[in-house]
Structures are given as structure tokens and as C-alpha cells.
Design a protein around this ligand. Structure first.
Ligand code: SAH
Length: 288
């Protein structure tokens, strides 16, 4: 590796700060920073742009992002990193650090309604809430490069019909165009985590590809449909909506062309949207 980077090796930084990485905050630092080239080129950062970094840590990634000239807002929960992060803030006027819990903030508000991109080597203990925040709560981000545990990233990327296709895959696809970034073996981190990681790239869809009557109803349907993967859609739907009569189920089958004898993991995003329209119509009168 480039000898200039060795001073920036996380181990040296921890030694000089006289602290140890905290497992409970998911602290695992990327050592091989050339792995960031592809994710950062995906984000396409440039002056005039904005990027939110989740978990700045020792600023190794922040310092790689800063020279692109976009405004960088980096959130970090652990104040022990203040000395090093302050140095980075001084060196790059476009960088600002917020010492807070990223989950307690509304990211859209931090940028006062302007659009922004996201970068995060996501602390594994809050992967679920962070994904939920990105997919369902924050609305103004455009692109996101997230480093996730490989298994989670693979689950999100899974196509219909595959074993790991889940409600999360459907919901993520509904909200964003997804693509696979580079794999990051555990040895690329200090300290090494238990599992390998994978970059997931997301581009938010300005409008959904397929119409749904009501987003919350769609989410409830998709989650409910997958409740028991080995059961048919019909059984999962009946458990979710016990008042559905055989007649209604038949008419839904007819109008959507989706057989309810199928298993939840075989339906495409489009088919879930069709199903949502038909069910919403059945419950609340004519679909909107
Ligand atoms: N960006 C660095 C650090 C990744 S480790 C790198 O990629 O090498 C994850 C970082 O997220 C740690 O610095 C940890 O302290 C921070 N973190 C954990 N939980 C957080 C939370 N709720 N809000 C903000 N930062 C958090």
C-alpha cells in the first residue's frame, strides 16, 4: 500500500489517541482506502454537491471524500474522535462534523430541503434502522453508497425466485434502483469484523415504477405476504386480512393475473404493486 497512507493506519491513530475501538458502536475501520474509488465515483461528488457521511470515526473516509469539493456533513456518535476530526474540519473548509446519534436526526432537515448523497460504512448494530430511515423516512437523498454486511446487501439485491428474496428486497427495489458495488473482505477492516462486507449502491426513484394506492398499505402487504415463506400467498393474505372472502380472493386473482397459490418469494415488484391496487380497491371501494 502507498506508504503515505501508513500514517493513517487506524492502529496508529488508536495508539496516538490512547483509545480502543468500541465493538458496541460497530467500530470497524476501512484500511484499504482504494476500495472507495468505485463507490465515490458512483456518487459523482463535485463542488456544489452535498454528502452526508454516517459514522465518520477517525475520519479516514471523510478525508477521502473531502477533496471532491462537495459539502460534507459527517455524523459521529463517539466524541473520543474529536481531536482527529477537528483536524480534518480545519484542513477542509467544506467538512463539518456533527457529534450525534445519526438515528436521532432528520437528515433531510440537516440540508434544509436540498438534495444530498449518502455514504456510510454502516455500523452493523443499526443496519436495520438505518435502512428503514433511508428507504422510508428520508426523502431528499439522491444516491447512496452503503457498506453493509455481505449477507444483508445480498438479501436486498436478490431477484424474485431466489432464496434470499424478501420483503426488504421488494421495498428497496420499490424505492431505489439498486446495484452491486465492490466486495470488501473482512481483512480490509481494523479490527476485522466476523463477516465480509459488500457495497450496495442505491439511486432513489423520483417516482415509483408502478402505481400503488397507498404506500403504507403496500408496505403492510409486502411484509405480511412474506410472513411465512413456505405458505402460499393466499394463506399469508388470509392471515393478514382475515375478512377476505373466497369470492374477493378469486376476483383479485382474476383482475391481477397473479395466482394466489404462488409462494411470496416468486412475485416481482410489479406483481406486488398489482396486488396492492386490487386489495386496496377491495377494501376501500374502487381503487383511486
Ligand atoms: N467511516 C469509518 C468508520 C466506520 S465504523 C470507516 O469506514 O472506516 C462505524 C462508525 O460509526 C464508528 O465511528 C462509530 O462510532 C460510528 N457510529 C456508530 N453508531 C453511530 C450512530 N448511531 N450515529 C453516528 N455514528 C455512529
Amino acid at each position: 500500500m502507498d506508504s503515505g497512507l501508513s500514517d493513517f493506519h487506524p492502529l496508529h491513530i488508536f495508539k496516538s489517541l490512547k483509545i480502543k475501538p468500541k465493538k458496541s458502536w460497530g467500530q470497524s475501520f476501512l484500511q484499504n482506502l482504494s476500495l472507495l474509488d468505485q463507490p465515490l465515483s458512483f456518487l459523482g461528488l463535485k463542488p456544489g454537491g452535498r454528502v452526508l457521511e454516517i459514522g465518520a470515526g477517525i475520519g479516514n473516509v471523510t478525508e477521502r471524500i473531502a477533496p471532491y469539493g462537495a459539502k460534507v456533513l459527517a455524523i459521529e456518535i463517539d466524541r473520543r474522535f474529536t481531536p482527529i476530526l477537528t483536524m480534518i474540519e480545519k484542513k477542509y473548509p467544506n467538512v463539518q462534523i456533527l457529534y450525534q446519534d445519526a438515528l436521532s436526526l432528520t437528515w433531510d432537515e440537516l440540508w434544509q430541503g436540498e438534495s444530498y448523497d449518502l455514504f456510510g460504512n454502516v455500523p452493523y448494530y443499526i443496519t436495520g434502522p438505518i435502512l428503514e430511515k433511508i428507504l422510508l423516512k428520508e426523502k431528499n437523498w439522491q444516491k447512496a453508497a452503503l457498506l453493509l454486511q455481505e449477507e444483508v446487501a445480498e438479501r436486498i439485491l436478490s431477484p424474485p425466485g431466489s432464496k434470499s428474496y424478501s420483503s426488504l428486497s421488494v421495498i428497496a427495489q420499490f424505492k431505489a434502483r439498486l446495484s452491486r458495488g465492490p466486495r470488501v473482505p473482512k481483512g480490509c477492516f481494523f479490527p476485522p469484523p466476523k463477516v465480509d462486507s459488500l457495497f450496495l449502491f442505491l439511486e432513489r426513484k423520483a417516482t415509483p415504477d408502478f402505481y400503488v394506492s397507498e404506500e403504507n398499505f403496500f408496505l403492510r402487504l409486502v411484509r405480511g405476504a412474506f410472513r411465512e415463506r413456505r405458505k402460499t400467498l393466499r394463506n399469508n393474505l388470509l392471515r393478514l386480512f382475515p375478512s377476505l372472502s373466497p369470492d374477493i380472493l378469486n376476483s383479485i386473482e382474476e383482475s391481477t393475473g397473479v395466482s394466489l397459490s404462488r409462494r411470496p418469494e416468486t412475485l416481482s415488484l410489479k406483481e406486488y404493486c398489482l396486488l396492492e391496487n386490487a386489495l386496496f380497491g377491495a377494501f376501500y371501494g374502487k381503487s383511486l
